[in-house]
Design a protein around this ligand. Structure first.
Ligand SMILES: NC(=O)c1ccc[n+]([C@@H]2O[C@H](COP(=O)([O-])OP(=O)(O)OC[C@H]3O[C@@H](n4cnc5c(N)ncnc54)[C@H](OP(=O)(O)O)[C@@H]3O)[C@@H](O)[C@H]2O)c1
Length: 160
């Protein structure tokens, strides 16, 4: 099972200036719980956006994609293509965790999309891929975060 997990605001915004344009602890917990114990695959920019004390993401095999084979990512495995990344996790539950370039590159390979929709209008420079009609998610209720922000988590599967 190859899943992709992301959070998006209105208009599919997922990032700004190398960071998340919101602070939503509930979603960070959801990310931690969903990926715990499973390999996580991420782009070099997403890796660099993690605060040093949080990388590698603990309790998970961290795999970083870059086209630079000598890129140093202590605590992670470095791969130079999507094919190589997917080969490392074949037959396992694994999660693509961004950023925008990597979601787009991996979309065709994914079986599941775990998408947090955040009811916020924010400026961004990085976007989630469009979720086409080949995907289906059951409706889920909106929740209110401690900050007052509304969000809901949709679990998309590929239609048979
Ligand atoms: N809201 C969310 O859920 C969420 C989740 C994750 C990230 N984000 C946000 O997304 C932004 C980062 O995303 P991004 O699109 O700028 O960058 P990214 O996808 O994290 O990383 C892009 C880099 O990955 C490498 N790469 C891409 N495709 C590759 C391939 N096929 N083979 C090998 N390497 C490949 C390249 O590294 P080299 O340049 O080193 O070759 C490329 O520059 C940040 O703002 C972050 O906060 C948001």
């Amino acid at each position: 099972m190859l899943g992709m997990i992301w959070a998006q605001a209105h208009h599919r915004v997922i990032g700004r200036a190398g960071d998340l344009p919101w602070h939503l602890p509930e979603d960070m917990r959801h990310f931690r719980e969903s990926t715990a114990g499973h390999p996580v695959l991420m782009g070099r920019k997403q890796w660099e956006s993690l605060p040093e004390r949080f990388r590698p993401l603990p309790g998970r095999r961290n795999i970083v994609l870059t086209r630079d084979p000598s890129y140093p990512a202590p605590g992670a495995e470095v791969v130079t293509s999507m094919e190589q990344a997917l080969a490392l996790v074949e037959g396992e539950e694994a999660w693509i965790c961004g950023g925008g370039e990597i979601y787009t590159a991996a979309m065709a390979h994914a079986d599941r999309l775990l998408v947090t929709e955040i009811d916020l209008d924010v400026e961004g420079d990085t976007y989630a891929p469009v979720i086409g009609p080949e995907w289906h998610a059951a409706p889920r209720p909106w929740q209110t975060a401690r900050t007052g922000t509304q969000f809901r988590i949709l679990d998309y599967r590929r239609r048979a």
